[in-house]
Design a protein around this ligand. Structure first.
Ligand code: TYM
Length: 330
């Protein structure tokens, strides 16, 4: 059987080059080697307050960006999480086998919770819903950025616990990180991960930023006090710029060193900006075409959900049977 790939992105904030290099761009490259399902996880997004109108628009924006980036809807399934009810249903069933202590250890929960005045229970349960997304389809491989590794370990722990309590039910999903670009850092602060929720210009390059803005953000990126690129002593800002270039270009380490060693920072930034713009411009052009035809987008989302629902429902039925939950016998 062809192995199955599953991953997801939250429809909150603006997708940035970290999301692209850590996840979406990687999905595009690998999709045809697998049976692929890519989710827009709106039920995850509402773990912090979202303005309803903005959330509605964001789901479509992200779906259009998936297509514009090169997800092939004739092969891969693009699914809005909330349109397949089994995601939420399995999440509850898994919640009941997940010890609270496991969730209390999640670093992303701790970071997000400390930034809020009042913390919703959904934020705490977030990784269980993520485990449900994956286990629902018995996914073999989950391509993500580095920040999701702990959540994936938890998904495996939950699967293992369920299997040992109720018998072999779930496939163990493996994490797949990109070789370069698994952790793109903020351009204004290379010690912090580039994030959708961080505010302020200068932090991130969004996939839909116009070229002049991309150039401005990259030209202002934080570097260090060296006069130029030194592969031995470079700081995190220079390392981040080189990573971005390498992830976009697919150059080898040797090529990178031969080309950039000793280069002045102004020139390095110019080349990173040009590379980034050259990769994002075609995506932006296709995005404009796709959003001009809303009916097409809706049809892709409907086809995606319709195609995966039978598998999702079958897993929930099996899980319920294993747990002794009432299931209709007719
Ligand atoms: P989200 O929406 O925060 O991010 C989507 C994907 O982008 C990756 N990513 C990054 N990669 C490199 N550098 C960065 N600075 C960077 N920022 C984000 C993330 O690792 C992720 O792969 N919980 C998930 C969504 C989710 C999911 C799933 C993922 C829900 N269910 C099932 C996989 C499988 C999240 O919030 O991703």
């Amino acid at each position: 059987m062809t192995p199955r790939v599953l991953s997801g992105i939250q429809p909150s904030g603006n997708l940035h080059i970290g999301n692209y290099l850590g996840a979406l761009g990687n999905w595009v490259k690998m999709q045809h080697d697998y049976e692929s399902i890519f989710c827009i996880v709106d039920l995850h997004a509402i773990t912090v307050y979202q303005k309803p109108e903005e959330l509605r628009a964001k789901v479509r924006e992200i779906a259009a960006l998936f297509l514009a980036a090169g997800i092939d809807p004739l092969h891969s399934r693009i699914v809005v999480q909330s349109t397949v009810a089994a995601h939420a249903e399995l999440a509850w069933l898994l919640t009941c086998v997940t010890p609270m202590g496991w969730l209390e250890r999640m670093t992303q929960f701790k970071a997000k919770a400390s930034a809020q005045e009042s913390v919703g229970d959904g934020l705490f349960q977030y990784p269980v819903l993520m485990a449900a997304d994956i286990l629902l389809y018995q996914a073999n491989i989950v391509p993500v950025g580095e920040d999701q590794m702990q959540h994936l370990e938890l998904a495996r722990d939950i699967a293992q616990r369920f299997n040992s309590l109720y018998g072999e039910t779930f496939t163990m999903p493996a994490t797949r990180l990109p070789l370069v670009g698994a952790r793109v850092m903020g351009l204004d602060d290379p010690t912090a991960k580039m994030s959708k929720s961080a505010s302020g210009t200068g932090h991130a390059v969004a996939l839909l930023d116009p070229p002049d803005r991309i150039k401005k953000t990259i030209m202002r990126a934080t570097t260090d006090s060296n006069p130029g690129v030194d592969f031995e002593t470079m700081g995190p800002g220079v390392q981040n710029l080189l990573n971005i270039f390498q992830a976009f270009s697919d150059w080898s380490n040797d090529q990178m060193k031969a080309h950039f060693e000793g280069m002045r920072y102004g020139d390095l930034k110019k080349q990173v900006a040009e590379m980034t713009i050259s990769k994002l411009e075609p995506i932006q052009k296709r995005y404009a075409e796709i959003t001009a035809d809303p009916a097409y987008l809706e049809s892709v989302l409907k086809a995606g959900a319709d195609a995966v629902r039978p598998t999702a429902d079958a897993t929930v039925r099996l899980v319920k049977e294993r747990m002794g939950i009432y299931t209709e016998t007719t």
